[in-house]
Write a protein that binds this ligand. Structure first.
Ligand code: SD4
Length: 331
C-alpha cells in the first residue's frame, strides 16, 4: 500500500503517530517509547501465531491482504485450527478432560479494548466465534459452560460431538494409568494464540484451546482469560501464550508483556521477562513448558519459551515463515 494512502487510512495524518513531531503529540502518546519514529515505516499488515500453523496464518493473511481488519483476520485464522480434527488441542478433535468431555476455552480482543470469552464450553466447534459474539452482542465479557453453549446455539451453531475416535482412543488408554503428567511439547502443545495488525495499524488477538489434556472437569486455563492468555493494547502491542495455563494466570503473563513493551522493552525482551517471572515463582524449577509471542505497534515481533521446541509463524507481505523460539533451557 502507498504510504500516503496508508497514513490516511490509519488516521496518522490527524492523530500523528507516524508524522507529528514528538513535542506536538498528546501526553499519552509521548509516554510511549514504542511510538513510531517519523519516517520509520511500520510492518503492516502482519499476523503471527503460536506454533507452526501455516494454514491458519495463511487464512488470516488472506483477510489482511484483502484490506480486511485485524479482528476478522484473527477470528478466521484460528477457526482453521478449531475445525481441524488432527489438531488435538484446539476445537474439534481436542483431547478431553478426565471424564472424556472435550471442553473448550477461547477469547478475543479488539483494538478498542473490547473483549469476549467462553470458558469450558462443550459441543461447539468454533468457540472463538461465540467469544466474539459475547464481545459484540452481550453486555458481558465471559460466558462459561452451559450458558456459553446455550448462547452458541442461539447464534445458530450446531451441537457437535467434538470427541473424535483418535482422541477417545487415547483417553481410554490414558485411563489405564490415569496419571496427570503433561508431557512438555507433546501432550499440551498446539493452543493457537494469534495476533494481527491490519493495514490501518489496528491490532487484534485471539486465543483458542481445548486446554490441558485430561484436566479436571471444569478446569479453565489461561487461554480464555484476558490478560493471561491474551492481551491487546492498540497503543502498544499484543501478546499471547501457550503452555501450562496455571502458571500464565499466576503472572497475568500477556498483560505483563504488553506493559513491559509500554515501558520500552522490545517484544523479545518482554517475552523473556515474562518467562523469567514465571520461573521465579517456581524457584527456577522448569519442568513445564510456557511459550509467549508478542508484537509491538511497529510490527516488531518476539517469542520466548522455557524448553526448546516452541516456534511461531508469521506472515507479512515479504512472505511467511516459521521462527524457532529461543528458550530458557538450551538443548
Ligand atoms: C491451557 N494454555 O489450557 C493452555 C494449554 C496450551 O498449548 O496452551 N497448550 O493451560
Amino acid at each position: 500500500m502507498k504510504r500516503r494512502k496508508f497514513l490516511k487510512r490509519s488516521g496518522a495524518l490527524t492523530t500523528g503517530l507516524a508524522t507529528v513531531p514528538l513535542a506536538a503529540m498528546p501526553l499519552s502518546s509521548q509516554s510511549l517509547p514504542n511510538s513510531l519514529p517519523s519516517g520509520d515505516d511500520p510492518v503492516r499488515p502482519i499476523v503471527i501465531c503460536t506454533w507452526d500453523f501455516g494454514n491458519a496464518t495463511a487464512k488470516a493473511w488472506e483477510v489482511l491482504a484483502n484490506d480486511g481488519n485485524a479482528l476478522d483476520a484473527v477470528e478466521q485464522g484460528v477457526m482453521i485450527e478449531e475445525a481441524d480434527e488432527d489438531n488435538q488441542t484446539v476445537g474439534m478433535g481436542g483431547r478431553p478432560d478426565r471424564d472424556g468431555r472435550v471442553s473448550l476455552d477461547a477469547c478475543i480482543m479488539d483494538a478498542k479494548g473490547n473483549c469476549g470469552a467462553v470458558l469450558a464450553m462443550e459441543n461447539i466447534v468454533h468457540p472463538i466465534s461465540v467469544a466474539r459474539a459475547v464481545m459484540e452482542r452481550t453486555p458481558h465479557v465471559m460466558l462459561a459452560g452451559k450458558g456459553a453453549e446455550r448462547f452458541g446455539y442461539e447464534l445458530g451453531f450446531k451441537k457437535t460431538d467434538l470427541l473424535t475416535k483418535k482422541s477417545k482412543k487415547e483417553w481410554v488408554e490414558w485411563q489405564k494409568t490415569a496419571q496427570y503428567k503433561p508431557v512438555i511439547n507433546i501432550e499440551n502443545h498446539d493452543t493457537i494464540g494469534m495476533l494481527a495488525i491490519d493495514a490501518t495499524g489496528d491490532i487484534s488477538g485471539a486465543c483458542t484451546t481445548s486446554g490441558m489434556a485430561y484436566k479436571m472437569a471444569g478446569r479453565v486455563g489461561d487461554s480464555p482469560i484476558i490478560g493471561a492468555g491474551l492481551f491487546v493494547d492498540n497503543e502498544v502491542g499484543a501478546a499471547t501464550a501457550t503452555g501450562v495455563g496455571e502458571e500464565v494466570v499466576r503472572t497475568v503473563g500477556s498483560f505483563l508483556i504488553v506493559e513491559l513493551m509500554r515501558q520500552g522493552k522490545s517484544p523479545q525482551e518482554a517475552c523473556e521477562e515474562g518467562v523469567r517471572r514465571i520461573l521465579k515463582k517456581n524457584d527456577d524449577k522448569a519442568d513445564f513448558q510456557i511459550g509467549f509471542i508478542a508484537i509491538n505497534k511497529k510490527g516488531d515481533t518476539g517469542s520466548y519459551c522455557i524448553h526448546p521446541g516452541f516456534s511461531y509463524r508469521s506472515y507479512t507481505k515479504e512472505g511467511h515463515r516459521n521462527t524457532p523460539s529461543d528458550s530458557y533451557i538450551k538443548v
